[in-house]
Design a protein around this ligand. Structure first.
Ligand SMILES: Cc1ncc(COP(=O)(O)O)c(C=O)c1O
Length: 326
C-alpha cells in the first residue's frame, strides 16, 4: 500500500507482513548469569508459531516456480503449527487448504486452522496418546494426506522434504539473530521437528562466524541425532522429536545434541511464564532448559550469549496430565 502524506507508513499490507522480524528478549529474570539467554518471540507470528516463516517461504517458492498455480488447492501433513502458518498464508493468497493432523496433536490448533478457513482432517493415533505423538502416528497422518493429494491433485507442501523450509530460516531467522544481537552470539539452540529451523539458522550463523556453537535439543529417550536407540518415543515436545533424523537435518552445522526431559521442559515452560511473563509451549520450555544446561556446563565462555526460540504460544495446549510430570 502506498503511503499517503506519511500517515499510513506503518500500515502492513496484509498478515503476510506480520510474519518474522519477531522481537528478541533477554530472559534475565529466569537466568541471572553468568552469561545470558536471548529468546526470539516466535509466538508473536500471526499463526502463533515459528512455522509461519516456512509456510510463507514454501508457498512463495512454489508460486514462483509455477509448481503451485494462483488459487490452486494446497494440502499438508502437520502437527498443527505448520498448518496454522499455512492457513494464514493461504487465507491471504486465496488458496483452498486441507490439513491432515493426528488426533494426538493439540485440538486448539485444529480450531485455529479452521477459523482461518482451512479444512482440518484429524487422524486417529496408532500408538501415542493425546499430547504424545509418535513417528507411527505421523506416518498414519501422512498416509491420509497422500490419499487426498492423489484424489484431488492438490499441491503438496511436504515440509519434511521441502528445501524452502530450511531456506526460510537461512533468509530470516538467522539474519535477524545476527542483527538483533549486534553480531554478538556465542551459541544457538533449537528443537528439531523437520529440522528446517535448526538447519537454516545454524547454517547462516556458522557462515557468519564459524566459532558460534550450535546445539539441538532432543527429548530424553528419543535421541536419534545423538545416535541412541529410541527408548521413550512418547514425550511432551509436540512438533519435535519424532525419533528419526529428518532429511533436512545436516550434521555439518551441529556441534552437540542436548537431551531434555519432559519434567525439565515443563519446569522451564512454567518459569518462562512466572519469571518472564510469557506463556509459551513445551518446545520453548525445552529450548530454554537446554540453554541453561549449556551455560552451566562450562562449555562456553562465562559471559556467553545463548540464543534460542520461544517456538509457540502456550495457549494451544491443555494442562499436562499429572502422571507425566510426577
Ligand atoms: C512447537 C514446535 N516447536 C518446534 C518445532 C520444530 O521446528 P522445525 O520443524 O523447524 O524443526 C515445531 C514444528 O512444527 C513446533 O510445532
Amino acid at each position: 500500500m502506498a503511503p499517503i502524506d506519511g500517515v499510513d507508513n506503518e500500515i502492513k499490507s496484509s498478515a503476510l507482513d506480520l510474519i518474522g522480524n519477531t522481537p528478541i528478549v533477554a530472559l534475565d529474570r529466569l537466568y541471572t548469569g553468568p552469561g545470558r539467554i536471548l529468546a526470539k518471540c516466535e509466538f508473536m507470528n500471526p499463526g502463533a508459531s515459528i512455522k509461519c516463516r516456512s509456510s510463507l517461504c514454501m508457498i512463495k517458492k512454489a508460486l514462483d516456480s509455477g509448481e503451485l498455480k494462483p488459487g490452486a488447492p494446497v494440502v499438508e501433513v502437520t502437527s498443527g503449527n505448520q498448518g496454522c502458518g499455512l492457513a494464514v498464508v493461504c487465507a491471504v493468497l486465496g488458496h483452498p487448504l486441507t490439513l491432515t493432523m493426528s488426533k494426538g496433536n493439540s485440538a486448539q490448533r485444529a480450531i485455529h486452522m479452521e477459523a482461518l478457513g482451512a479444512k482440518c482432517v484429524t487422524v486417529p493415533q496408532v500408538e501415542g496418546t493425546y499430547g504424545n505423538v509418535t513417528l507411527a502416528d505421523v506416518k498414519a497422518v501422512e498416509e491420509v494426506g497422500l490419499k487426498i493429494i492423489e484424489e484431488t491433485g492438490a499441491y503438496y507442501v511436504n515440509q519434511f522434504n521441502n528445501d524452502a523450509n530450511a531456506i526460510s530460516h537461512y533468509e530470516t531467522t538467522g539474519p535477524e539473530i545476527w542483527r538483533q544481537t549486534g553480531q554478538r552470539v556465542d551459541a544457538f539452540v533449537a528443537t528439531v521437528g523437520t529440522a528446517g529451523t535448526f538447519t537454516g539458522t545454524a547454517r547462516y550463523l556458522k557462515e557468519k562466524n564459524p566459532e558460534i556453537k550450535t546445539f539441538v535439543v532432543e527429548p530424553s529417550g528419543s535421541e536419534p541425532i545423538k545416535g541412541d536407540a529410541i527408548t521413550k518415543p512418547l514425550h511432551l515436545l509436540q512438533g519435535s522429536g519424532y525419533g528419526c533424523v529428518p532429511n533436512l537435518f545436516k550434521f555439518e552445522y551441529l556441534d552437540e545434541p542436548i537431551s531434555v526431559t519432559d519434567e525439565e521442559a515443563v519446569e522451564y515452560m512454567k518459569l518462562i511464564g512466572s519469571k518472564e511473563g510469557l506463556y509459551v509451549g513445551y518446545t520453548s520450555g525445552a529450548n530454554v532448559a537446554a540453554a541453561v544446561k549449556i551455560l552451566k556446563s562450562g562449555k562456553l565462555p562465562k559471559d556467553a550469549w545463548v540464543v534460542t526460540l520461544l517456538n509457540d504460544t502456550g495457549l494451544k495446549y491443555t494442562p499436562v496430565p499429572e502422571e507425566l510430570i510426577k
